[in-house]
Write a protein that binds this ligand. Structure first.
Ligand code: NAP
Length: 484
């Protein structure tokens, strides 16, 4: 199968925070890959901007070493890299100062697509937005891209939205959630709405429950201070897991268009029921053989922040009443995996008798590693041993199905940046979506604080606190094993 690379219009992209970790690890290596694929034309330009004083040549060296360190594992074609580096420029600006801005404005070609990536902390978003307008760098066609975290509660998210809305229309604001840029996440919509097979069964009549697991093996690393103020609920559930839940649960939009899709996602968030305290389990990882525990990592011996959370959620609408959604995410778990499992109900009656066992279908959607989908189908166990049933996977690993094209598939960041240039907001969160997600999250966090709840300790390398197993077991269900 040959995937088509459709070049985007020539652009000038300014990356505020162009020397930072995110720019070096994701944005710039991603843009290089799009350049290699022919999607980014050699007319386009990328301008790094940060407080540090660098010449364009010094910035090129920073970018080249980032591409070597974090770029794709394929051998880098040095001549293409050299050509890509000629598309780079750099201007020193302080988001809170005024020097450098006129020079930066002079470098932007108004006849091209103009995009401004705010790869800096959210406290600078308002300052950047204001200066982009004051120095006449941005007009009504310009786009701004903002990174998570988008607020830490409803009040801060509203303030951030207001600070951007003062200068930019909602149609110009691209709030990134890189989970939405993953191939499988978009495939979820293709599978649901492009086939007749699934959608008629996609409701509480046929689906027993849905599990979403995002498990990491790493701890909080060098982000201890940030993470201790955030925790798994703010860092993962309010945004990434919530977005996945929306795409699984939403009604079919009339069209695959930005507001049609985002309207449906918003309705899901608004239909979420408040979560009861006994439907949530929070955990903190303990020490491992060669590393410290969570509290040592965040340098707070009495921290009440969770590095793990499991919860049972309910969506109050006709489609989902009676079908629970179990979400789980955590650090220092047994394996690194992101997976959605749709567990269908048992057949209403088994004609094969008790000996054949009970079987049901499961659709597993893997986001990482090995993006793909698997559908467990029940068949007869081969051989002469009578009518015994067995579940076999119909496996669609994208790497197998799409060959080299899957391996070359753009990373989530690359895909999303190309969507910014195309002016397609479908895979970006709208302001009201983010606020609705915080409106649901805030009372849960406030409840923990009011009750002074302390997360349970779990073993590093495990599947989380045993209470999480007990929570789902009370409903007669089990978590899928966390494995690669
Ligand atoms: P970082 O490594 O600390 O980089 C910050 C960048 O912003 C640097 O280039 C810094 O350069 C620049 N900067 C800081 N203050 C500035 C100012 N006043 N004016 C202009 N530039 C300024 O941070 P990061 O990890 O790249 O993260 C950037 C944003 O992305 C944050 O909001 C973060 O939460 C979010 N994010 C990061 C990741 C990730 O994997 N790193 C993932 C998701 C989201 P100077 O010091 O030279 O100014």
């Amino acid at each position: 199968m040959v995937s088509r690379v459709i070049p985007v219009d020539p652009f000038d992209l300014v990356i505020f925070g162009g020397t930072g970790d995110l720019a070096r690890r994701k944005i710039l290596p991603g843009l290089f890959r799009r350049f290699c694929s022919g999607q980014m034309s050699s007319e386009s330009k990328i301008i790094g901007a940060a407080r540090g004083v660098h010449t364009a040549e010094e910035f090129s060296k920073i970018v080249a070493s980032a591409i070597h360190e974090f770029g794709s594992s394929d051998a880098i074609d040095e001549s293409v890299l050299a050509e890509f580096l000629t598309r780079l420029d750099y201007v020193a600006v302080d988001a809170r100062g005024d020097t450098g801005w006129t020079e930066l404005a002079g470098k932007i070609r108004k006849n091209l697509v103009n995009a401004f990536y705010f790869s800096v902390g959210p406290s600078l978003f308002g300052d950047l937005a204001e200066r982009l307008k004051r120095f006449e760098m941005a007009d009504d066609d310009s786009r701004i891209v903002v990174e998570k975290p988008f607020g830490r509660d409803l009040a801060t998210a509203k303030a951030l939205n207001a600070s951007l809305a003062k200068h930019f229309d909602e149609t110009q604001i691209y709030r990134i959630d890189h989970y939405l840029g993953k191939e499988t996440v978009q495939n979820l919509m293709a599978v649901r709405f492009g086939n007749m097979l699934f959608e008629p069964l996609w409701n509480s009549q046929y689906i027993d429950h849905i599990q979403i697991t995002v498990a990491e093996t790493v701890g909080v690393g060098g982000r201890g201070e940030y993470y201790d103020r955030s925790g798994a609920m703010r860092d993962m559930v309010q945004n990434h897991l919530m977005q996945l839940l929306c795409l699984i649960a939403m009604e079919p939009p009339a069209k695959f268009e930005p507001d049609a899709v985002r309207d449906e996602k918003l309705k899901v968030i608004r239909a979420l029921e408040p979560v009861l305290p006994h439907h949530i389990v929070r955990g903190q990882y303990g020490p491992s053989e060669d590393d410290d525990d969570f509290r040592t990592h965040v340098e707070d011996s009495s921290s009440k922040t969770e590095s793990f959370i499991a919860m049972k959620m309910a969506i109050s609408n006709w489609r989902w009443a009676g079908t629970p959604f179990y979400l789980r995410t955590g650090k220092r778990l047994k394996a690194r995996t992101s997976e959605i499992t749709v567990v269908f109900k048992d057949a209403p009656h088994s004609i094969f008798g008790a000996d054949a066992g009970r079987h049901n279908n499961e659709l597993r959607i893997r986001l990482q590693p090995n993006e793909g989908m698997t559908l467990d189908v029940t068949i007869k166990e081969p051989g002469p041993g009578g009518m015994r049933l067995v579940d076999v996977p119909l496996d669609m690993a994208f790497a197998d199905a799409l060959g080299d094209n899957a391996i070359d598939a753009p990373d989530a960041y690359e895909r999303l940046i190309m969507d910014v240039i195309r002016g397609n907001q479908t895979l970006f969160m709208r302001g009201d979506e983010v606020e609705a997600a915080w409106a649901w999250t805030d009372p849960i966090i406030e409840g923990w604080q009011a009750r002074g709840e302390v997360p349970k300790t779990y073993d590093s390398g495990s599947e989380g606190p045993t209470d999480a197993m007990a929570m789902i077991a009370r409903d007669g269900r089990i978590w899928r094993e966390i494995k690669r």
